[in-house]
Ligand binder design. Structure first.
Ligand SMILES: *[C@@H]1O[C@H](CO)[C@@H](O)[C@H](O)[C@H]1NC(C)=O
Ligand SMILES: *[C@@H]1O[C@H](CO)[C@@H](O)[C@H](O)[C@H]1NC(C)=O
Ligand SMILES: *[C@@H]1O[C@H](CO)[C@@H](O)[C@H](O)[C@H]1NC(C)=O
Ligand SMILES: *[C@@H]1O[C@H](CO)[C@@H](O)[C@H](O)[C@H]1NC(C)=O
Ligand SMILES: *[C@@H]1O[C@H](CO)[C@@H](O)[C@H](O)[C@H]1NC(C)=O
Ligand SMILES: *[C@@H]1O[C@H](CO)[C@@H](O)[C@H](O)[C@H]1NC(C)=O
Length: 336
């Protein structure tokens, strides 16, 4: 074979190879340039973050960047997950320039400071927002209520203060504001009108006070954690055997109500009402609960026999100590 013939075969092979590789490029080059530019700005705003090491200008953000998920048809960025940095300073406001985001997670950046960025309001397609484990301070802004299809809001373990805004109602029904410095009462409008079974509210470890809204009586909490606050008054109306609650924690408050008429949701697996001023007796209906693994009623003002038989488990006496006159197993027998 002549050299020129070899050369032309080589040429045509190269053309095939080139067109193959460019079609591969076409398949892969899906990251929209404006999104890539925005993400690179966000990356520089976050400084060092182990989760952003794969965010490189010469690769496709939809396929190679950790924590970035694009829509499979439109290649718009719909999910963003940024974790673990030692960056100090505020969340970069360019976070608001990804208008198609449905989920945003910013987790574990203990040296991030400043307020929640105003630009979050531009993310009108957001369904779930989690910003946790930072030193972000200031209040929870009303503007978050303008995110009309947001249903899950986790702002736990930051340094947020002030009151819970009165504008959350309707769509947001999974709320975690635990481990902050929030003050004031629970707004009456919170969760109002939500009819589903999957309501979750976690306000653990804040400085919240006052009574809890009576509108909670119509809600079906799956998980309710109000522990380690200064709540007072009645909470009996959140209970009831026909509710779907799985976990209820009211511990370490100043709740003061009669427990005698309270019946317990049948699927309950955790009930902690310890360290309050709750009085009355424990309703026999508690013996119908099959899954109640964790029970703590210690340090209240309860009285009367601890129900036994049925599904009642052999709880440790630490579940009942520190009451006024509870008696029977695992405490000493009742003296009739
Ligand atoms: C990324 O690459 C493009 C094209 O190669 C270039 O125009 C742009 O300036 C780069 N951006 C950064 C932040 O390096
Ligand atoms: C946060 O900043 C402080 C002081 O600059 C530093 O000592 C600490 O290690 C930083 N935290 C993290 C997780 O990097
Ligand atoms: C953040 O952590 C990385 C990796 O441990 C380190 O290289 C960098 O110097 C740290 N930056 C600051 C500001 O502490
Ligand atoms: C929390 O915020 C308060 C101001 O509201 C500030 O004084 C305090 O230093 C902050 N704590 C942390 C750990 O950032
Ligand atoms: C709420 O946030 C705390 C702290 O970040 C976390 O430990 C807990 O699992 C969260 N609870 C729910 C129900 O999401
Ligand atoms: C709540 O859940 C139960 C069973 O999980 C279901 O039968 C019921 O229809 C649900 N109710 C609502 C209002 O979603």
């Amino acid at each position: 074979m002549s050299n020129s013939k070899l050369f032309s075969i080589f040429l045509s092979l190269s053309v095939v190879a080139l067109s193959l590789s460019s079609s591969v490029q076409l398949v892969r080059a899906q990251c929209r340039p404006e999104d890539k530019a925005t993400l690179l700005k966000i990356k520089s705003g976050f400084g060092y973050s182990s989760s952003l090491a794969t965010w490189k200008n010469d690769t496709d953000c939809c396929f190679f960047w950790d924590g970035v998920i694009c829509d499979v048809f439109t290649y718009k960025i719909i999910y963003l997950w940024i974790t673990n940095s030692n960056t100090s300073g505020p969340i970069p406001s360019t976070i608001g320039d990804l208008p198609d985001l449905r989920r945003l997670n910013i987790l574990n950046h203990p040296n991030l400071t400043g307020p929640l960025p105003r630009s979050l309001t531009k993310l009108t397609n957001l369904e779930r927002l989690a910003i946790t484990g930072t030193s972000l301070s200031g209040s929870i802004p009303n503007m978050l209520c303008s995110l009309s299809i947001l249903y899950s809001l986790d702002l736990s373990a930051n340094n947020l203060s002030g009151r819970i805004p009165g504008c959350f109602s309707g769509s947001v029904h999974i709320i975690n504001f635990s481990d902050n410095q929030l003050t004031g009462r629970i707004p009456r409008s919170l969760l109002r009108g939500y009819g589903g079974n999957d309501t979750e509210l976690n306000l653990r470890n804040n400085h919240l006070a006052g009574t809890i809204p009576e509108s909670f009586s119509t809600l079906n909490f799956q998980n309710l954690d109000l522990s380690e606050n200064y709540f007072v008054g009645d909470a009996s109306f959140i209970f009831g055997r026909s509710k779907f609650s799985v976990q209820i924690d009211l511990s370490n408050n100043r709740f003061n109500f009669d427990l005698s008429p309270v019946t317990y949701p049948m699927f309950l697996n955790l009930l902690d009402i310890s360290h309050n001023k709750i009085r009355g007796r424990i309703n026999e209906q508690i013996t119908e609960l099959q899954g109640l693994g964790v029970l703590d009623m210690s340090y209240n003002r309860l009285c009367g026999p601890i129900p036994s038989g049925g599904m009642m488990r052999p709880y440790d006496k630490s579940s009942f100590v520190g009451n006024k006159c509870l008696c029977g197993t695992p405490l000493p027998p009742c003296t009739a």
